[in-house]
Design a protein around this ligand. Structure first.
Ligand code: FAD
Ligand code: NAD
Length: 465
């Protein structure tokens, strides 16, 4: 095959890589993107999008089941039936539409897409293998956007009934008994979805609480909801291995050292993700690392000139919108625009039931900062819109500087709070003070009013509590 030359070569077409390539193309840079699987990466194919589709399907089915039992709001319906094959086809259709859309956007930006596995020969040359064919690509600038993959526990490798999130998103049937290892983002999102779709779900977590990175106030409504949904939670328990005897049940070790075998048709292991830093010729480069991640500066530049890195391969938080923001930035930096990473916060959303959002500093992090800080909280229980949605558990919390009321962090837990993440992010990015949020008219009735009331409460002026 003839060698290819370009200005900018992007390796990996996940949300980081495809955004970098589209923006580079828009800026007139001759760009090639290499992807070994489907464009869209983890996020569109086996992550954010298919998981949110199954979460939605679970919600719809669960609501229908409640209605069949006769709901509190006077809706009575017949017994719902799940046609799982159709659910999967619907989910796959969304993935196809979005990945097809990305392929179209790359084309529109005049980006050439090469299918295959890229491996560095040196800092300016990459070899792409696709079956028997090999192609050499030379580029002035190379963006590494190789993403991350599921962590495998040494005694619990992904095989037979032990699966990762990828297999969980395309199971042929809903398992009778699903044991989820890890009560983090993925374990909770998928565990709750499968429970609502009819599986008996047990979640095993090594730490003493779910979502260990968030404080107890924030996770309590989710913890309580797990109980209401009939999900069994085993905290302070380590997943060890699958039993050979008990039909592949999961052996767990409790804090007191005792061992138990949990019945499991499937064991879904969700204990984190690790950056993809091997098997692409890193040994032929001299890249400084930051722990397991590739070290980058505020321009997404690695320790080698002309080589950049973005997305999950560069560190936490491993979130699609961080990867996309870096993708846009890196293309502009390569094109010679004056850009640098100076974000004040990256919102994180857990699409659990109820949902959780966090942006900026938590109360504990603020205490460790140089500023004297306070927190204000307002519950959804005092919000009309939340009541009409039949879900008034949870709250919004603002962390702010005591002296000038500058907002340092915002957290929320409650049904539908994912959609508040944008206004929380905007407030942090714009350097808003309590007064800015308190004096912005928030439409009524809406969940956003709770954000305004939280700010008012911080000022000692709450109206509806
Ligand atoms: P990736 O999306 O991982 O893409 C990397 C791409 O590079 C892959 O397509 C891979 O095939 C390709 N590649 C790697 N090496 C090579 C090579 N040498 N040659 C060619 N191609 C290569 N994040 C959120 O923000 N919100 C969510 O709701 C959310 N939900 C998630 C749910 C699940 C189940 C999972 C697993 C993840 C979820 N995430 C979510 C995380 C999100 O998917 C990642 O943060 C995001 O995809 C990272 O983007 P990326 O471009 O860095 O890498
Ligand atoms: P995670 O880090 O969120 O949670 C892993 C959990 O597994 C932790 O609570 C940990 O204590 C537990 N654990 C580890 N080893 C264990 C063992 N042997 N036995 C029992 N428990 C054990 O990891 P994840 O859920 O796999 O998610 C990975 C990443 O994917 C997230 O950090 C996030 O960046 C991304 N993601 C984001 C979203 C979102 O934005 N909504 C959704 C899914 C995934």
């Amino acid at each position: 095959m003839t060698d290819l030359n370009c200005d900018t070569l992007v390796i990996g077409a996940g949300p980081g890589g495809y955004v970098a390539a589209i923006r580079a193309g828009q800026l007139g840079l001759d760009t090639i993107i290499v992807e070994s699987e489907n464009v869209g990466g983890t996020c569109l194919n086996i992550g954010c999008i298919p998981s949110k589709a199954l979460i939605h399907a679970g919600d719809v089915f669960h609501e229908a089941e409640i209605a069949s039992a006769g709901s509190a709001i006077g809706v009575k319906a017949g017994k719902p039936k799940l046609t799982w094959k159709k659910t999967l086809a619907w989910k796959d259709g969304i993935v196809r539409r979005l990945t097809g859309g990305v392929a179209g956007l790359l084309k529109k930006a005049k980006v050439r897409t090469v299918k295959g596995w890229a491996s560095f020969i040196d800092g300016k040359t990459v070899e792409v293998t696709n079956g028997k064919d090999k192609q050499i690509i030379r580029a002035k600038n190379i963006v590494i956007a190789t993403g991350s993959s599921s962590v495998e526990l040494p005694n619990l490798p992904f095989k037979k009934n032990v699966i990762s999130s990828t297999e969980a998103l395309s199971l042929k049937s809903i398992p009778n008994n699903l044991v989820v290892v890890g009560a983090g983002y993925i374990g909770l999102e998928l565990g709750i979805a499968f429970r609502k779709l009819g599986a008996n779900v047990t979640i095993v977590e090594a730490a003493s609480k779910i979502l260990p990175q968030y404080d107890k106030d924030l996770t309590k409504p989710i913890h309580n909801r797990l109980g209401e949904l009939g999900i069994e939670l085993r905290l302070n328990a380590l997943a060890e291995t699958v039993s050979e005897e008990d039909d592949g049940g999961l052996v767990i070790k409790n804090q007191d050292g005792s061992k138990e075998t949990l019945q499991a048709e499937r064991v879904l292991v969700t204990v984190g993700r690790r950056p993809v830093t091997e098997n692409w010729g890193r040994e032929n480069l001299v890249l400084n690392m930051d722990g397991p991640f590739i070290q980058i500066d505020e321009f997404c530049q690695t320790s080698m000139s002309g080589i950049y890195a973005i997305g999950d391969v560069t560190g936490e938080p491993m979130l699609a919108h961080r990867a996309m923001a870096q993708g846009e930035l890196v293309a502009e930096c390569i094109a010679g625009k004056k850009r640098a990473w100076d974000k004040r916060g990256i919102a994180a959303i857990c699409f659990t039931d109820p949902e959780l959002v966090s942006v900026g500093l938590s109360p504990d992090e603020a205490k460790q900062s140089e500023y004297d800080s306070k927190t204000a909280m307002f519950p959804f229980g005092a919000n009309g819109r939340a009541m009409t949605m039949e879900r008034d558990d949870g709250f919004v919390r603002i962390v702010y500087r005591s002296d000038n009321h500058l907002i340092l962090g915002i957290q929320a837990v409650g049904a539908g709070v994912s959609e508040l993440a944008a206004s929380f992010g905007l407030a942090i990015e714009m350097g808003a003070c309590l007064e800015d949020v308190a004096h912005t008219i928030h439409a009524h009735p809406s969940l956003g009013e709770v954000f305004q009331e939280t700010a008012l409460r911080g000022l000692g002026q709450a109206l509806h509590i």
